[in-house]
Ligand binder design. Sequence first.
Ligand SMILES: Cc1cc2nc3c(=O)[nH]c(=O)nc-3n(C[C@H](O)[C@H](O)[C@H](O)COP(=O)(O)O)c2cc1C
Ligand code: SF4
Length: 435
Amino acid sequence: MTTILTPALTAHWDEPDSFTLAAYRRDGGYRALPKALAMEPDEVIQTLKDSVLRGRGGAGFPTGVKWGFIPQGDGKPHYLVVNADESEPGACKDTPTLLARPQALIEGMVITAYAIRAHLAFIYVRGEVLHVIRRLHHAVAEAREAGFLGRDILRSGFDLEVVVHAGAGAYICGEETALLDSLEGFRGQPRLKPPFPATSGLYACPTVINNVESIATVPWILLHGAGDFASLGTRKSTGFGIFSLSGHVATPGQYEAPLGTTLRALLDLSGGMRAGRRLKFWTPGGSSTPLFTDEHLDVPLDYESVAAAGSMLGTRSLQLFDETTCVVRVVLRWIEFYRHESCGKCTPCREGSYWVVQLMEQLERGEGTEADLDKLLDICANITGRAFCALGDSIEAPVRSSITFFRDEYLDHQRNGGCPFDPAASTLFAMESAR
Ligand SMILES: Cc1cc2nc3c(=O)[nH]c(=O)nc-3n(C[C@H](O)[C@H](O)[C@H](O)COP(=O)(O)O)c2cc1C
Ligand code: SF4
């Protein structure tokens, strides 16, 4: 059995009261904050730069560098916005973090706001997760009551208010500029960049937008030091992160481990694939990242190695599928999601996602030809790089990679006059009875 877990954010999730302020303090919470408030704000930014923490929301941009872009002495209000919109198929790390340890996020927010000189911060949380929204409201109230929010925090002279804002349930509102439009009360659609949010963000003022996990990691870095964080993981992908395993795995769930671990090691920890089955394909970073197969079990799960192997680390959402699963069916479900969530602002994504779904449906019914596969790839190529935001590019990743690895399976549908798989065999229900 491999023991590579490094529980930090997830360390106390199994305590029944883990979400309370009392439990967080009992487990050592709010010890990083006085340390940070005793430092100069720029020193805090430098600590984050030294840790080389890379944003955990998908793109992996260095967090300290982002904070350093906020202009100082500009006379404008600065804002911190936490992106808690987590909606990508397979992504499920921020929601449990918010449920189990909301105070880690709030402590991280106070430190971050202090560093970037912001006095108002927002948590933009997806609207469907009502239980999370309630828990966040409760956590903010508890922190405020204890003097960790509000005026003159811990008698440092620093003030911060936190607003919990529920979105209306749109995947595109996780894209940072669409999120800002939504927060301002407009329809959530991406903005043209530049200008970037660091100079012209919320209400056209300097704004830092970070993922929940990025900000919740900040107290650990302040408490243990940038060096300790950077000593974990790989040289360019430092620290630990939450790997979300879902699908046909014996024990799905969140596994917190250093970046650079492998799926083979994580499968060892999670009891392997469901009984008697073998891994067929998987996503290293969610549905918008190119598929991997069992050939990629030993690819180190860090930004550089995953990219070198042809995919993206994304949000570390590892969705695992065994040999009972039809790849065409899975990719079609994801593409239907992207078509539904396309905001319609640009033509390549709005029209392209519609046509990709049409062709994929035809192929799934067994009515598609080899020429249709090439047409599908051609449409995808005309979306990628031409769409206004990264949602458009996400469409190509699963389609192209599935055709690369499973071209014959697409064509088997035509030979078979329909899907050659039994859809019931891949269900969770079948999985239970296989145990
Ligand atoms: C369609 C789309 C959806 C996104 N959804 C999320 C999300 O739910 N949460 C998130 O943190 N980042 C999401 N992102 C990435 C954000 O735009 C942004 O890069 C991230 O919030 C920055 O935080 P980080 O630097 O801490 O990773 C999304 C991007 C796109 C294109
Ligand atoms: S790529 Fe899609 S989601 Fe992004 S702006 Fe264009 S239509 Fe909207």
